[in-house]
Design a protein around this ligand. Sequence first.
Ligand code: C2O
Ligand code: CU
Ligand code: CU
Length: 525
Amino acid sequence: MLLLNSSNVLSASTFVSGNPLRSPVNNGLLGVFEPEAPFTLTAHETTYGILPGKTTRLWVYEVEAGGKSFINPIIKIKRGDYFNTTLRNELPEPTITHWHGLHVDFKNDGHPSYQIAQGDEYQYDFQVQNRAATYWYHTHAHQRTAYQAYFGLTSYFIVEDDEEIDLATKLDLNFGETDIPLVIQDKTFSSTGNLIYNQTQMMGSMTGFLGNTILTNLTSNPYLNVSTRTYRFRILNGSNARIYRLAFVNGFTQMPFQIIGNDGGLLEQPYQASEVYLAPGERVDVLLDMSKSRVGDTIWLKNLSFNSMNMGMPGGGMMGGGMMGGGMMGGGMMGGSSLPQGSQFSILKINVTKRILYDKKVPAFLSDITPIDTRGARIRPFNLSSYAMRWLINGLSFNMDQVPVKVNRGSTEIWEIKNPYGSGGMGMTSMGMMSMPHPMHIHGFQFQVMQRINSPQQVKRLAINATGLLPTDMGFKDTVLVWPGETVRIAIDFSHNLPGSQRYLLHCHILEHEDNGMMMNYEVV
Ligand code: C2O
Ligand code: CU
Ligand code: CU
């Protein structure tokens, strides 16, 4: 166990009165929906009580089925099943839905070129081929993803298979009770309870939006009452731009937990950790053993402070201090948030309220992960950079009709993503190179992280092997955070059984970056 210095721990009085964490039930907001027949997913505006005593205007997905209404349903489905839904757009602007992490063909992937106008419908129809994992779905509207996702258009897409069900049985896990999805998002509310999304500042689109209120499962100041046993938390960073450094803290101690899965499902084995970085789009699946806790204990899921590494952002007097002085002031202030990137705060209060006997053991082996054979693989470089207030990939900004990368069906490639340092320093001119961490996401295929080169110290110290990999880099991923200075190599096997050539996307999952062009088509031909 690690000791925290006291300045890392916010006082419990931050959450004087909490709200019960919204946990999945079988209807309503974040209700668990297991589709048995084709259904309609309607994107529309609604109002919902998020802050106590106030209503918030949201954009949501709604499903009516079996006499129930689901809002932003947690879709749960078995591997091999067919998924058939009609997206109906009742928003005042175009939209399209993307199934993040799923291996589907181009027409089912929610590429922005397929967005539909108000009043129109889009038909999705595919077989779920992915292994069991915590995937998710969200809007992918052209240049409006950040706005639409911020106002609510996101939820979980959970795939189950036999291996997964076997683990749940071994650990006596029940979805919604002891196996709990936690989607963390930062928002900013007006005094009347509505969401504020202010991107008029130029820097806002450079750093991405940072809200000052942290919601978990759309609950503010949430608490969860638990008994003395192991819980599984499937944590999704559903924020536009905020990176979290998550830890479970009891008093001044970081509690150990087991990382058992990530974007692409179960890892080969559990990895013990006491903290984990989670960038927008990423998921981490953890087991927290509270069997030795005492009734009356309080455990906080916290964000610990870290260096945002937003470097070289021009304009504004506080930049120098931010870049050079530990990053606490960097970027976040520029984006207009009073809760800067990398600052510490509490996320979820966990109250141990009930003593029970629990003797289940976490299996030492979780799943078979065959390493992708990269012998003879082509190495393809992707360089991240900035120019004229835009973030670029290989010097390019997104162009709907251009396909800068073509890979051969059935081939294996190594993609080498390089995020060079900004030129940094004080007194920057606008020509200076900027840099910040970018969570790079690939549509269509799950990949394996092979190597992290030149990681910053705050990342390197969490590495579990000589290739610099973190526990969260194991198994399969669809989104990988690349820090300034770092080069991350990933292996992708482009074999698939979809007919014809497929066009997918590679982009940064900071949604403002994606909307502003840090995105590229690639095609599997
Ligand atoms: Cu979740 Cu194209 O992204
Ligand atoms: Cu995606
Ligand atoms: Cu980015």
